[in-house]
Design a protein. Structure first.
Length: 563
């Protein structure tokens, strides 16, 4: 050390050292001046010496000035009241408080310029209200933290309770200590527990986050668990990242994500909601390993395009996977499952969607609590087109004394859809709908509830037979069919058609029917207005012939399974 350190006690030695230090300082300053005068190249070294000498001198002087002989104060205490900037504070506490405030301010300023670091909520504990009581509220502390941490992650190392929603800005996030949770206070009055500051925010990170809505004690509250709704008008993708998130007991939807894509949503568990489990309306997102169950409405309510759903499961819900509009397009489902759902397992609405290894495990019941009728495992809306389904369905017959609740395998409408399904435990029949449009391909095989084989369908199409000159013939061969679901006679007549049309299957051209079965034939005009019905006879299998066609018939529409 260049200079003598000050002693802890006042005395002759202190004064002697002090005087010698002053002499040394004077000598050093003089030497520095000579260096500066003699050589410009040593200017930097001289400045360092001069600065050090000046600082030491000022510090020693301040320490000397703080020596208090009277009272309980000591030389050590007096020295401690002088901070690193040589500012003397009236008390040690005053200096400690000053240092704390400076460090806190410096930390906040640094975080505005440094990204991707975690700032602990512990630093803002003094802003929380009633900590440790049933009425504790961390909302003020969280709001202050998010306003200060910049584009960084707020780390929450313990359980907290909040009275208002947490609003995140672009590139902010929340990470929690495993096992900790964010609880909505009773009477929570906001639209979500965690959400966005506005619909322009993006690149949100949530990791190891657990939220609890306390729905049992929120009879009049309506709020989502997590809601990341961005505007589709944003020029950039949302790019959110959610991993290991648990959403439990919320009065509305569990997880809502809307907006442009490139987000990765993985390892999510939604449990017990009054509305939907997950609501996704996005483009180009990846959703993987998501479980959504014990929800009042749909486990997954979906819209958007080009998303990938991988190993997602909806269970104990009114509906499994529900698509909501014909703009649902080009989405892929890989190894997704619906279990113990009421109305249906998968509802496909839209076009060019692909379902691979889609599974329905029991449809038509939510436990022993509620049973539904006429429930299909898979359903295609009339607006669906060019969709592909490879799947399976089964009924465990676990509920309602094992009577079985999966009435149908498939309810098919739309056009140009391809469906290949294996099934077991079918209660009523493989097909529910009686109105099929053309060019759907279906392959279904499996067993009924009693173990007998279901009626296997090798393909299912609809066809139109144009009647070019209806007055020139009395019979019209359709083609060989497995079974018929619907026949329409399209006529130019404006009144209801009177019975007289005959439909039969025969083994030869002698029109000898074998085992007639009644079939209702609908008649409609060229504007698709239903005119009436004519009862005709049809046997089981063979070539279908329609004869005694009225003169004003312009087309015959037949839907069934053709072989």
């Amino acid at each position: 050390m260049r200079y003598r350190p000050p002693r802890n006690k006042w005395g002759a030695d202190f004064a002697e050292d002090y005087e010698k230090n002053l002499e040394d300082i004077e000598r050093d300053i003089t030497g520095v001046e000579e260096i500066v005068e003699g050589s410009k190249t040593n200017a930097e070294q001289a400045l360092t010496f001069a600065t050090e000498a000046k600082g030491k001198a000022e510090s020693i002087q301040e320490q000397f000035n703080q020596v208090v002989i009277e009272g309980d104060s000591s030389v050590e205490a007096a020295q401690a009241r002088v901070d690193a900037n040589n500012v003397a504070h009236p008390t040690l506490k005053a200096r400690a408080d000053s240092d704390y405030n400076k460090v806190t301010a410096q930390l906040a300023e640094i975080t505005r310029h440094v990204n991707n670091i975690e700032i602990s909520l512990e630093l803002y504990k003094h802003l929380a209200i009633n900590v440790g009581s049933v009425n504790e509220d961390w909302s003020p502390a969280i709001n202050s933290a998010l306003n200060e941490i910049g584009q960084n992650v707020l780390y929450i190392p313990f359980d907290i309770q909040i009275s208002s929603g947490i609003r995140l800005s672009t590139k902010q996030g929340i990470k929690m200590k495993k096992g900790s949770r964010i609880k909505a206070i009773i009477g929570f009055n906001d639209s979500f527990i965690i959400g966005l500051k506005d619909d322009k925010q993006r690149m949100i990170t949530l990791e190891d986050v657990s939220v609890f809505g306390d729905v049992a004690n929120q009879p009049n509250q309506v709020f989502d668990g997590i809601n990341l709704t961005s505007s589709f008008e944003n020029s950039d993708d949302s790019q959110h990242y959610l991993n290991h998130v648990f959403i439990n007991a919320v009065p509305k939807n569990g997880l809502v994500i809307k907006g442009r894509g490139a987000s990765n949503i993985t390892n999510i568990h939604v449990l017990w909601t009054r509305a939907n489990g997950c609501v996704f309306e996005t483009w180009d997102n990846v959703y993987s390993n998501i479980s959504s169950g014990s929800v009042a409405l749909s486990a997954f309510k979906l819209d958007g395009a080009s998303n990938r759903y991988i190993a997602c499961k909806g269970w104990w819900a009114l509906r499994g996977f529900e698509t909501t509009s014909n703009t649902f397009r080009r989405n892929n489902f890989i190894s997704c499952e619906a279990q113990d759902v009421g109305e249906y397992g998968f509802y496909i609405f839209g076009y060019e969607n692909n379902l691979f290894d889609a599974k329905v495990d029991s449809v038509g019941a939510q436990g022993d609590n509620k049973q539904f009728t006429n429930s299909p495992a898979f359903k295609f809306d009339s607006a669906s087109s060019l969709n592909t389904l490879y799947g399976s369905c089964m009924d465990r017959a676990e509920y309602f004394n094992g009577v079985g609740t999966m009435d149908y395998v498939l309810d098919l409408a739309g056009t140009h859809n391809k469906v290949i399904v294996s099934c077991s435990g079918v209660k009523v029949d493989i097909m529910k709908s009686l109105n099929y449009n053309r060019s759907n391909h279906v392959d279904i095989l499996g067993t009924k509830k009693d173990g007998t084989p279901v009626r296997e369908i090798s393909s299912h199409y609809s066809t139109n037979i144009t009647v070019k000159n209806s007055t020139s013939f009395t019979k019209r061969s359709v083609m060989k069919v497995d079974f018929i679901k619907q026949i329409y006679l399209v006529t130019t007549n404006t009144t209801a058609y009177v019975s007289g049309v005959n439909i039969a299957t025969i083994d030869d051209d002698n029109f000898k029917p074998e085992g007639d079965v009644n079939l209702a034939v609908a008649c409609k005009n060229t504007s698709d207005a239903l005119l009436g019905f004519a009862v005709a006879n049809i046997t089981t299998f063979g070539n279908i012939y329609v004869y005694n066609i009225p003169a004003n018939t312009v087309k015959i529409e037949v839907s069934g399974v053709f072989i």
